[in-house]
Structure formats: structure tokens, C-alpha cells
Write a protein that binds this ligand. Structure first.
Ligand SMILES: [Zn+2]
Ligand SMILES: [Zn+2]
Length: 371
């Protein structure tokens, strides 16, 4: 079968022919990959900054954002049968009995760091014609989400973050009613999203649908389809080219939540300075290690203490985030069908994957099609 792999030894990225995997355990499912999304992580792996093949292997099949169709289910599989659509999760648990997170099925919170990640760390990814996976790592997808389900994995980042934020918002301020329903979690609160990549835009959609007055701040200037998308979902776009952080803070009033999806440390620290009282700051981007910026740690510390602020980082996602991402994708499509469509530039053959990953992406979320 065909697969797209990196070869760290020879520093190559190419389409390879390899043997298709087979079901070897009764709880395994064989799936045919349909769509595989490309993201910044793939770019870093293909630039050999990151990414580890399975032990003893010379290559790593890339790809971790996908939707697939079940072709065969092992004898002990209960939830899936041929023809079902699925989205597989990415991280696999570490082997250590003492890791409470992994033992509870929440390897996104793994304590040891010895987890594996498909398409990233010590396990082959999804940019291949077929994969075999244990039933417990697959999430069932409604048939009518076939064309957008590839967005599930990137959306889980925002879902996990919002899950944590909700918890913090509902536990911390004693005057809030913990019974507030989901759609109204953000009512009366303002959120600032940094960045207009897929993680930022999906995050903005989630925040708008949770009731936050949402602003998106990035360097793009109009005309730009990403800016149009921000407007289409009812958020407000502000460009760094025309407005400073101070100007943005004036425009927004109190900023209750910052959702960072850029991975640029200096930009994030600037944003932390405008975070309001009782505010929560969520970091999702992973910056390269850069030179020390002129951040003022004393000022940050004063603000965090005197304003009761919370700084939270979040990576990967658990099964609950996959379930809510699939639910919310359906909701986004009902609410903003046009905007959701613009997110995806799909249908590119695997042969074009290396140039699309290393060169200019074709769209907001560039998608390779195997099916
Ligand atoms: Zn990704
Ligand atoms: Zn673990």
C-alpha cells in the first residue's frame, strides 16, 4: 500500500510502498483512510525538527488528523462494523503502572512522557491507505460528517481547553451558578483568540458558540478569507498591523479569556499583559526555543497575583474532547455551513503531500485524500 513517510536517516520525505497492516488481535479494527489533514506538527516533522520512527524502523509514516472507513473488525470488536466512519485519537498510553493518567485512559495528561503518538512519536501515522487500530482508540463519526470530520482532531484542542476553562470558571467565582448550561458558559464574558490558523479559527467557533463575545487578533490584513471567516461566525477581527495590544484592550474592555494559537512567545507575553481581572490564559501553541524576550517577570507576577489570573497550557486531548468535537462540528455546520467549508482545501493526492507540507499550504486546512 501507499504511505507518506519521513526517513530521518537520509532526511527524505516521500511516498513509499509498504505492506498493509493486518488485524492480529480480536479487539482491532482495520480502516481505510479517507482524508488526512496537514498541520504545523507535520511541517516540523518533515523539517526533521521533531518526529521519531517506531523503535527499529528507518521511517515514520506521518499524519495524525484523519477520518477513515472501517473495512474489517476483529472478532471481539463491539462498537464498529464495516462501512462505519471513524476518527482515531493520536496519543497512546505509556507502559508504567504508576501513571494514573494513562491507566485511566487519559494519556493526554501522561506524567512520564513515555507515551507514543501516531504519526509523531514512535508510532506510524495515518497518511497511508490502511491502518489497524484497537477499538478503544477509535471514535464513531456520523455519516453526514464525512466531508468535515478531518477537522475533529484539531478541534479537540479547543474542546479540551474549553472543558478546563469551564471547570475553572464554574469552580472559582463563587457568585456564578455551576448549573449554567453549556451554550451560555461564556455569556457576558469576552474572549481573545490569537492567530487565524485552524486551531485559532476552530477555537473561535467554539468560543462564539459557547456565548463569548469573541475577538480574533492576528497579523493578516483584508482582503483575506480567514478574516472573512471570522466575520461570518460573528466574531470581530483585529489586525496587529493596525491596532496595538493596548488599542485592542481598549476596544474589547475587560478581557476574560485569551486563547493563544500562534506559538510565538513574545506575542503571547504581550497578550498576557492585557488579560483582565479573574482572567484565564490558555496556551496551545508550541514555540521553538527562541532568544530570551524582554518580558518583565515582575510585572507578570504582580498581575497574576493581583488579578487572580490563571495560566494554563494544554496539549493533545482525551476521549471526552473527541466526543464533544464531533458534536460541535455538526453544530458548526448547521450554524455556519459556508464558513466550515472554507476551512478545508481537500482532495490532494498523497504524491503532493511532501510539497504541500514543506511549501505553501493550499488552504486553511490542507487535506490529503486517500479515499
Ligand atoms: Zn495537528
Ligand atoms: Zn503515562
Amino acid at each position: 500500500m501507499k504511505a507518506v513517510a519521513v526517513f530521518p536517516g537520509s532526511r527524505e520525505v516521500k511516498v513509499t510502498e509498504q505492506e498493509a497492516p493486518r488485524i492480529t488481535q480480536p479487539d482491532q479494527v482495520m480502516v481505510r483512510m479517507l482524508d488526512i489533514g496537514i498541520c504545523g506538527t507535520d511541517k516540523e516533522i518533515c523539517a526533521f525538527e521533531y518526529g521519531t520512527p517506531p523503535p527499529g524502523d528507518d521511517r515514520l509514516v506521518i499524519g495524525h488528523e484523519s477520518v477513515a472507513e472501517v473495512v474489517q473488525a476483529g472478532s471481539a470488536v463491539e462498537r464498529f462494523r464495516a462501512g462505519d466512519l471513524v476518527v482515531p485519537s493520536v496519543r497512546r498510553p505509556c507502559p508504567h503502572p504508576a501513571c494514573g493518567a494513562c491507566r485511566a485512559g487519559h494519556q493526554d495528561y501522561c506524567y512520564t512522557g513515555d507515551f507514543r503518538e501516531r504519526g509523531i512519536k514512535e508510532a506510524h501515522g495515518y497518511m497511508a491507505e490502511y491502518i489497524v487500530e484497537h477499538e478503544r482508540y477509535l471514535n464513531l463519526v456520523a455519516q453526514d460528517l464525512r466531508d468535515i470530520a478531518v477537522l475533529t482532531e484539531p478541534l479537540t484542542i479547543a474542546e479540551k481547553a474549553l472543558g478546563q476553562i469551564t471547570w475553572m470558571m464554574q469552580q472559582r467565582p463563587p457568585w456564578l451558578d455551576p448549573q449554567t448550561p453549556g451554550q451560555e458558559r461564556g455569556r457576558g464574558l469576552s474572549a481573545l483568540v490569537l492567530g487565524v490558523g485552524p486551531v485559532g479559527l476552530l477555537g473561535a467557533m467554539l468560543l462564539v458558540s459557547a456565548g463569548f463575545t469573541t475577538y480574533v487578533y492576528s497579523r493578516e490584513v483584508p482582503p483575506n478569507p480567514r478574516i472573512d471567516l471570522v466575520a461570518a461566525i460573528g466574531a470581530t477581527y483585529v489586525s496587529t498591523q493596525t491596532t496595538t495590544f493596548a488599542g485592542l484592550a481598549d476596544q474589547m474592555g475587560r478581557i476574560d479569556l485569551v486563547y493563544e494559537a500562534v506559538g510565538h512567545s513574545h506575542f503571547a507575553l504581550e497578550a498576557l499583559r492585557v488579560l483582565g481581572t479573574n482572567g484565564i490564559f490558555v496556551l496551545t501553541g508550541v514555540p521553538g526555543l527562541q532568544a530570551l524576550t524582554e518580558a518583565d517577570p515582575a510585572r507578570l507576577m504582580r498581575d497574576m497575583v493581583l488579578k487572580n489570573q490563571v495560566l494554563v497550557g494544554t496539549v493533545n486531548a482525551g476521549p471526552d474532547a473527541f466526543a464533544s468535537a464531533l458534536r460541535d462540528l455538526a453544530l458548526f455546520r448547521r450554524r455556519w455551513p459556508e464558513a466550515v467549508r472554507t476551512l478545508i482545501a481537500g482532495g490532494y493526492p498523497p504524491e503532493q503531500a511532501p510539497e504541500l507540507i514543506l511549501g505553501r499550504p493550499a488552504g486553511i486546512k490542507t487535506v490529503i485524500a486517500f479515499g
